[in-house]
Design a protein around this ligand. Structure first.
Ligand SMILES: Cc1cc2nc3c(=O)[nH]c(=O)nc-3n(C[C@H](O)[C@H](O)[C@H](O)COP(=O)(O)OP(=O)(O)OC[C@H]3O[C@@H](n4cnc5c(N)ncnc54)[C@H](O)[C@@H]3O)c2cc1C
Length: 404
């Protein structure tokens, strides 16, 4: 007799974070019968995500953004301020969205609101079934992947999307190795209220331990990502609210006036990691299962959403033509399409982060010169801004506002 907890589908998504939910919505919205199996994260996620214009367009196209809009703050100006106090300092660089004919570079939203909107949309799709459970094992076979749930029961589908984060069991099941390195840095994250207006401006102070980034939220609120030495990060996390607020006010040079911290401070050790392949054995990796980068320049989840949009586009097209959606051709195509985008951004962010940590004068000089050139040369500035918002190497249909 068939087990009542077992089921077959056309696609399975493992992991209900933002990348997994987006992939599942793209697949199911395109007519593919999909099961998403995800366990709740152990701790609530108090971070925010700066979503760049292409990601916002994709969320609009998938019918998700309507529920996010009121909770999100526009990012019209981005400032980079050299606060290293070193001999060779870079000039302040200010990017304005209107310089490249955009109203805004994107929007910043708390992850809890983004997840809420994604889950709401996921529940509305008849082709998507959500299973709240931990995946215990993933076993690829010649014509399908078999996914076993911790509470019993198995799922089976010709395509599985591994959206199960940094310690992905899908990646291990596909036999994909990962190149990774840790940095001597921890990001402290917290949301703040402040007395001055942020004017829709995000400010990234570059300090000798890493960036200190204030990103607008609706009203007189902002989120902070403060990259610190691990010992100092631990010390800051144990300060009481008043002490922490005054440390933040000092480090921000009071640009937002009086600071009040909100409950829930997070600590995230920084690392960089890239899977050697993004797909194999009927398993395609999206989001942090495929790549992890430090939180500079708001790239991580924006890459993850482009992964989800790309695999969605390829699988939906194959499904319409009655081809095998988890076949080797589709997976090889997905790997090719994502490699340049992920590789170039990982390299740029890794280099920028390492130049901040380096005490070697020529390296600091090269960073200063790079920012000086970006500041002074108009066409270069605009090219950098356009590339940051919408990469030329990766524009899946959803990012262009085209339905699948
Ligand atoms: C401090 C900080 C700030 C950041 N700011 C930005 C930003 O401004 N802009 C940006 O684009 N990116 C940003 N990022 C990156 C962004 O947060 C990540 O890219 C994103 O959260 C990754 O999403 P994901 O869905 O891939 O993984 P996750 O959010 O890790 O989701 C994985 C999910 O899979 C589930 N799971 C894992 N294993 C299993 C299993 N065996 N069975 C079932 N479920 C499982 C987990 O519970 C989780 O829900 C930031 C990162 C950090 C650290």
């Amino acid at each position: 007799m068939p087990d009542k907890n077992s089921a077959s589908a056309e696609a399975i998504v493992v992991g209900g974070g933002p990348a997994g939910l987006t992939a599942a919505i793209a697949l199911a919205g395109g007519g593919i019968a999909t099961i998403l199996a995800g366990k709740r994260p152990a701790k609530p996620d108090n971070r925010t995500t700066a979503l760049l214009a292409g990601s916002v367009t994709a969320l609009e196209t998938l019918g998700i953004w309507g529920r996010c809009a009121a909770q999100a703050a526009p990012l019209k100006t981005m400032r980079i301020v050299d606060d290293t106090g070193r001999l060779w300092r870079a000039p302040e660089v200010k990017f304005e969205a209107r310089e490249i004919d955009l109203d805004t570079f994107g929007y910043n939203i708390e992850n809890r609101h983004l997840i809420d909107a994604l889950e709401h949309r996921a529940h509305s799709l008849p082709k998507l079934r959500l299973v709240e459970d931990e995946v215990a094992s993933v076993v690829p076979a010649s014509d399908a992947v078999i996914v076993s749930l911790k509470s019993g029961g198995t799922l089976r589908a010709p395509l599985t999307i591994g959206a199960d984060g940094r310690k992905s069991i899908c990646r291990a099941a596909a036999g994909i190795k990962i190149e990774e390195r840790t940095y001597p840095q921890v990001a402290l994250t917290i949301c703040l209220k402040h007395s001055r207006l942020h004017h829709d401006t995000s400010t990234e102070f570059h300090t000798p331990t890493g960036p200190f980034t204030l990103v607008p939220l609706p009203g007189n609120r902002s989120s902070l990502v403060w990259v610190l030495d691990p010992v100092v990060a631990d010390e800051h996390a144990t300060l009481d609210d008043v002490e922490l607020a005054s440390e933040i006010e000092r480090a921000s040079h009071s640009i937002l006036g009086k600071i009040e911290v909100e409950p829930g401070c997070g600590l995230f050790p920084l690392r960089v990691a890239t899977a050697r392949h993004f797909a194999a054995k009927r398993i395609a990796l999206v989001g942090e299962a495929a790549h992890v980068i430090p939180p500079l320049g708001a790239q991580g989840l924006n890459l993850g959403l482009r992964d989800a949009a790309t695999i969605g586009e390829l699988a939906v097209a194959a499904h319409r033509e009655h081809r095998d959606i988890g076949g080797a051709n589709i997976l090889a195509h997905y790997d090719r399409l994502r490699r340049a985008d992920v590789g170039s951004r990982t390299l740029a962010i890794d280099l920028l982060n390492r130049t901040l940590l380096s005490d070697f004068l020529p390296v600091q000089g090269a960073r200063g010169l790079g920012l000086y050139l970006i500041d002074r040369i108009g066409p270069l500035r605009r090219a950098v801004m356009r590339e940051g918002v919408a990469p030329t190497t990766a524009q899946p249909r959803l990012m262009r506002g085209e339905a699948l």
